[in-house]
Design a binder for this molecule. Structure first.
Ligand SMILES: *Cc1c(COP(=O)(O)O)cnc(C)c1O
Length: 372
């Protein structure tokens, strides 16, 4: 059967998120796309397609995946810089494309078969504190600032796009929109669509859905001719998957340590990059329960640490531990550093039945490192 580590996608939780997003779509009169970079478990795309308008891609391969697996739903793509070779493929798969610079738009505006094109702009307003996730930092390479946009540059474009949020509430969007409109409002009349990017934490408990719907409806009332898109990633699969791991060994040289068969560095890289502390079933904060351990992965990296967690009973080798919220930015980002095996992918169907989708092997490690 299934051996650990494996990601376990929760179909019922995924559908719950999708239903909420569908309600926002219908109440606000906007379109919502899955940003595949957060979650691309394509076995679930038919379910996603039931509720959302389509997908957005960060480049060629994600665009192709959506074309192959999303059943003809809208297929948008953005990339900081496309090449001619990529464009020849993208025009076959995508119906919307977002360019990151005026130079790119100039280069591709007459490309045969070009889909509805937009420009990513940078209105310079963001409430993101972590610079690595902030597209509005000084010298940002993402989006064109207002001072560099002239009306004639926009000729032929049908949309504007911004993405300046990360895991944020509707209040942040409500504070962001006036900056966008103040700077780029004069161009909106000539366009067909706008895209407010991702970073909307819509399915997080406590998110103010009413305020989101109001902000979107108010925007649409001001610009009734525009189609409005949101393209969240996280919100689609938030809390809709687990990473099931096994304790390999336990020791204590002044600090109790448990080495797991899952690695933060390889299998949950955002734990280190964000950084954040993933929920772990049946555990407490350090010191909250009787036995506290530092949980780490089986790699050579000193910082391959998931975090400190406490338990009612001592951990034992062979014991399973289940991390929550592991569907997003996990499968799409993992790697085989140190030759660590990739976790399998499984899904818990709505019926409760667990089904294995994919198992990886030594061949997956070797095939990326040379010679066909
Ligand atoms: C990352 C990203 C998204 C999705 O962001 P989430 O934080 O996962 O909602 C959407 N659009 C663009 C352009 C992005 O870079």
């Amino acid at each position: 059967m299934l051996s650990t580590p494996y990601y376990l996608i929760d179909e019922a939780r995924l559908e719950r998120n999708l239903k909420l997003l569908d309600r926002v779509r219908r109440q606000a009169g906007v379109k919502i796309l899955l940003a595949q970079k957060a979650f691309s478990a394509f076995d679930t795309y038919p379910l996603v397609a039931k509720y959302l308008d389509g997908t957005t891609a960060s480049g060629l391969y994600e665009a192709r995946l959506a074309h192959e697996e999303m059943g003809g739903k809208e297929n948008h793509v953005f990339n900081p810089a496309f090449t001619e070779d990529e464009m020849a493929q993208i025009v076959k798969w995508c119906d919307h494309i977002v360019f990151n610079s005026v130079a790119q738009w100039r280069r591709f505006r007459n490309f045969p078969g070009l889909p509805s094109a937009g420009l990513r702009v940078n209105h310079g307003y963001s409430e993101i504190e972590h610079d690595i996730y902030n597209p509005c930092v000084t010298g940002s390479r993402l989006g064109v600032p207002r001072a560099f946009v002239r009306a004639e540059d926009l000729e032929g474009l049908e949309g504007l796009h911004f993405h300046t949020m990360c895991e944020q509430g509707a209040d942040v969007l409500a504070r962001t929109l006036p900056h966008f409109e103040e700077q780029f409002g004069e161009f909106l009349l000539g366009l067909k669509w706008v895209n407010f990017g991702g970073g909307h934490h819509i399915t997080k408990p406590g998110y103010d859905v009413k305020l989101l719907v109001k902000a979107l409806k108010d925007f649409r009332a001001r610009h009734p001719h525009l189609e409005v898109y949101l393209e969240p990633g996280e919100a689609i699969a938030l809390n809709a998957g687990e990473l099931v791991t096994t304790v390999r060994e336990v020791f204590d040289y002044g600090l109790p340590i448990a080495i797991l068969d899952a690695s933060a560095e390889c299998h949950m890289p955002d734990v280190i990059a964000m950084p954040y502390r993933p929920p772990l079933k049946g555990s407490g904060l350090p010191g909250e329960k009787r036995y506290t351990y530092r949980l780490g992965g089986p790699t050579c990296l000193a910082g391959d640490v998931i975090g400190d967690y406490s338990f009612a009973r001592p951990l034992k080798p062979g014991q399973e531990l289940v991390f929550g919220d592991m569907a997003i930015y996990s499968m799409v980002k993992n790697n085989t550093f140190n030759g660590i095996p990739l976790p399998s992918i499984a899904i818990r169907r709505k019926s409760g039945k667990v089904e294995k989708l994919k198992e990886f092997s030594y061949a997956d490690f070797k095939s990326r490192l040379g010679r066909d």
